[in-house]
Design a protein around this ligand. Structure first.
Ligand SMILES: [Zn+2]
Length: 406
């Protein structure tokens, strides 16, 4: 098969190497993240970015197959909380961010609110073959008037109206018809979810969530949306809630509350919310690394409470940081913290980073798993990640849509 180099345009940029349309990964150990086990000695065929066949490896490798004997193959990782299209971002910043994510093995991100025009502009470059980046699933960002407070709207600057498909101010009196109209607008614009952020009431959430379901848009929100409390957000059916630390609402930020947050009464109050989440299947996007960096260690203990109550937990970072003068993804650090500080088992941390992330963005079975018909976003690792998360830091290869990224 003819070997083609798709891009080398940017010096020092990631290079996507394609060996024609298909690639076959010979004799690898598949990491079955769903069942937390290894399926040894398998050959995985990929065509046009999709896994087309998985079979027991033959005794001898064929020509054109890539030998991964002894290596471990796992699905690409999913960051369930990023801000990809931030209005402050320059193209250089976007490229740095993309490269730092790819370096961590992240092949998909959920953008939890930003200027989707920037994401689209960047994707256009991607189509031109100059840039490699994770797949981005975008949100339309919604908040009430108290949040906007008359400030100039940065994320819609330059657009024909103050509100835009990716950013909407709503009030308690926004009509059902208008809500439906702007949900459809968000969907048509390419947003896969709504980020329900601030100053939205329980009554409004109860109107918004069914409309999301009707139109196939994912309802995502902050854990507390003020005035809607954490329990309101869960009961309204918001599918994914972000930031464990918000469970206490505004009171949680006071020193009086901090002194009693691990009292029996408060533990039980949180537990009633976590149990409701476990019952409804609400996913907790915990965002631990950013809390630990801001002296909010209690968030890790809260997340452990959620975990023990049976809540499904996702891996979201909500940030990238600077290492020297380069952007650095916090994703692998987030996974380490979910294990070490939140007490999650390694198989559950791997699920948080794959299958749970896929469920959040409505791509269960297509992303975050290695199976026939799934997208070929793949990591080839030297050692078994089910034994140690350190394995994620020792990568042999990464495939994005079936193409190797060098
Ligand atoms: Zn965020």
């Amino acid at each position: 098969m003819k070997k083609t180099i798709i891009l080398t345009a940017l010096l020092g940029a990631l290079v996507l190497v394609s060996y024609g349309q298909s690639v076959t990964l010979y004799n690898t150990n598949i990491v079955d993240v769903e069942n937390g086990k290894i399926i040894p000695g398998m050959t995985v065929s990929v065509k046009d970015g999709i896994i087309t066949k998985i079979a027991k490896a033959k005794k001898k490798i064929k020509r054109n197959q890539t030998d991964y004997t002894g290596a471990y193959l796992m699905p690409g990782l999913i960051d369930s909380h990023t801000h990809w299209g931030n209005f402050t971002m320059t193209p250089e910043y976007m490229r740095d961010m993309a490269e730092s994510y790819i370096a961590d093995g992240v092949t998909t991100v959920r953008d939890a609110g930003g200027d989707v025009r920037i994401v689209k502009r960047y994707e256009a470059k991607l189509d031109s073959g100059n840039i490699v980046e994770p797949s981005v699933y975008t949100s339309s960002f919604w908040a009430g008037p108290k949040y906007y407070g008359g400030r100039a709207r940065q994320d819609t600057r330059g657009y024909e109206t103050v509100n835009a498909p990716w950013s909407q101010e709503i009030t308690d009196s926004t009509s059902l018809e208008h809500l439906e109209k702007i949900i459809i607008e968000a969907k048509v614009y390419g947003c896969t979810g709504l980020k329900l952020y601030n100053d939205i009431s329980y009554d409004m959430l109860k109107k918004i969530v069914p409309l999301c379901h009707k139109h196939g848009v994912k309802p995502w929100g902050h854990f507390a949306i003020f005035p809607a409390t954490a329990m309101d957000v869960v009961k309204a059916g918001v599918e994914t809630v972000s930031h464990t630390y918000l469970i206490d609402g505004k009171e949680g930020f006071t020193s009086e509350f901090k002194a009693k947050c691990f009292s029996q009464a408060e533990i039980e109050r949180r537990d009633s919310i976590f149990r409701e989440m476990a019952r409804l299947g609400t996913i907790l996007d915990a965002t631990i690394k950013i809390c630990m960096t801001n002296n909010m260690e209690f968030a890790a203990r809260y997340t452990n409470e959620a975990y023990r109550a049976g809540v499904k937990i996702a891996a979201g970072t909500d940030w990238v940081y600077m290492e020297g003068d380069r952007m650095k993804s916090a994703f692998l650090d987030e996974l380490d913290l979910l294990a070490d500080s939140c007490g999650m088992s390694i198989p559950d941390v791997l699920r948080a980073a794959t299958t749970v992330g896929a469920e959040i963005i409505g791509q269960a079975g297509r992303l975050g798993v290695i199976r026939k018909g799934a997208e070929a976003d793949l990591l080839v690792l030297k050692s078994n990640p089910l034994e140690s998360l350190k394995a994620l830091r020792q990568r042999i290869a990464l495939y994005l849509d079936g193409k190797e990224v060098k």
